[in-house]
Write a protein that binds this ligand. Structure first.
Ligand code: NAP
Length: 351
């Protein structure tokens, strides 16, 4: 990763902290060299604005899409701009009548230590008793909400279902699997390594986890789901998706949450599933969690209750320091993490 020239601040006595820029659109997967670090220019607040000191920043596979030259959806990031990322921080200065210093807020504030906001990008003001605050980027944030939308709202999982979840040791996958488990369903995870299968068993109560590269994956799945798969919550797409599709039961529901195994520029050819979808009366539905904001309050209430009851947990993979964010993203996309990847912006941040 290259170090960009330091930007002059309008008040060199006051540091606005570090920020991570996207230097160029990645070829395919973002590399640390695609990013640069600089010291941010201090900016005085205007009326209505607040200054937020970031505490936790979420590293998400979606950053691969956001950094791309043609993201397909969402905003195009111009090289030289601060990289987009969701974070949680405290308001440390305010010229806003309703948002006062001390409040904790959540939003797409970017890979930076401090953010000046006109408050339009503040997605939620967090409850004072939220502890730890990183929950708002995990079980009680976009991760838990994505799992909820896919497993509850779309799939309508029931105790009679046999459920398959890909990337089941990951952030969304582990919550989706636990939601299905608490419902009483028979849940089968698919993961990238034996270590991840072990995490699923010990931390998430998921005893049936298959390794996606196993040569006999199809036979293993068939023996765990002899009557077929009723709900397929897919985080990856690609060859494992193709295999699970052949094992779907009549009236099965296929929920497409993510396609990390595909090259988004050119996904390549795959088997044709039309006959399977028709013959077995399958419902196939993709979703973007951000389009389900109307039902967010109910989803958050349920996720909070289940978390308090000890039915949902999420392993956190914490990386210290904002300058490590480009490496954390690379490692996440390669699957070299367990659970939710978070940047602890300041080592002093409590947990
Ligand atoms: N639809 C929505 O609104 C929404 C919202 C949030 C996230 N998502 C999507 O949900 C998925 C999971 O997100 P997350 O934050 O929970 O990430 P994550 O699962 O914690 O991390 C990504 C995982 O993907 C797996 N993976 C990486 N390359 C792969 C490949 N070539 N083939 C198969 N698996 C591969 C790895 O798991 P293994 O090592 O276990 O294989 C890796 O750990 C992502 O695709 C993300 O884009 C969608």
């Amino acid at each position: 990763m290259s170090k960009s020239p330091t930007v002059e601040t309008s008040n060199p006595q006051v540091s606005a902290g570090t920020e991570v820029l996207l230097l160029r659109h990645p070829d395919l997967l973002p590399e640390p060299d695609d990013f640069g670090i600089q010291q941010a220019a201090h900016q005085d607040l205007s009326d209505g604005q607040v200054r937020i000191a970031l505490e936790w920043i979420s590293i998400d596979p979606a950053m691969r899409t956001w950094a791309a030259a043609n993201p397909g959806r969402g905003k195009h990031i111009v090289p030289g701009s601060v990289m987009r990322a969701y974070g949680v921080g405290r308001i440390i200065e305010s010229r806003n009548d309703t948002l006062l210093p001390g409040e904790r807020v959540l939003g797409p504030f970017g890979l930076r230590e401090q953010h000046v906001s006109d408050t339009t990008d503040i997605r939620r003001v967090l409850p004072h008793n939220l502890d730890p605050a990183s929950l708002a980027l995990g079980i009680l944030g976009h991760i838990g909400l994505s799992a909820y939308v896919g497993m509850v709202t779309i799939a309508g999982v029931t105790r009679d279902d046999t459920v398959v979840v890909t990337s089941a040791a990951g952030a969304v996958g582990s919550i989706a699997a636990q939601i299905a488990t608490r419902t009483g369903a028979h849940v089968i995870g698919i993961v990238g390594s034996a270590e991840k299968a072990e995490l699923c068993a010990s931390a998430y109560g998921l005893p049936h986890c298959l390794i996606r590269d196993s040569p006999d994956l199809e036979q293993q799945l068939r023996s765990l789901a002899p009557d077929g798969v009723d709900v397929f919550f897919d985080n990856t797409g690609g060859p494992v998706h193709d295999l699970v599709m052949t094992q779907m039961a009549i009236d099965g529901r296929v929920v497409i949450c993510g396609t990390i195994a595909l090259d988004s520029r050119s996904p390549g050819d795959g088997p044709r599933h039309e006959r399977i979808i028709l013959d077995r009366s399958l419902t196939v539905r993709g979703f973007l969690q951000s389009r389900y904001s109307e039902s967010e309050d109910q989803a958050l209430a349920d996720l909070t209750e289940w978390h308090r009851a000890g039915e949902l947990t999420l392993h956190e993979h914490i990386v210290n320091g904002l300058d490590q964010a480009p490496w954390a993203l690379k490692a996440q996309l390669a699957g070299q993490h367990l659970g939710k990847v978070l940047i602890r912006v300041s080592p002093a941040t409590d947990h």
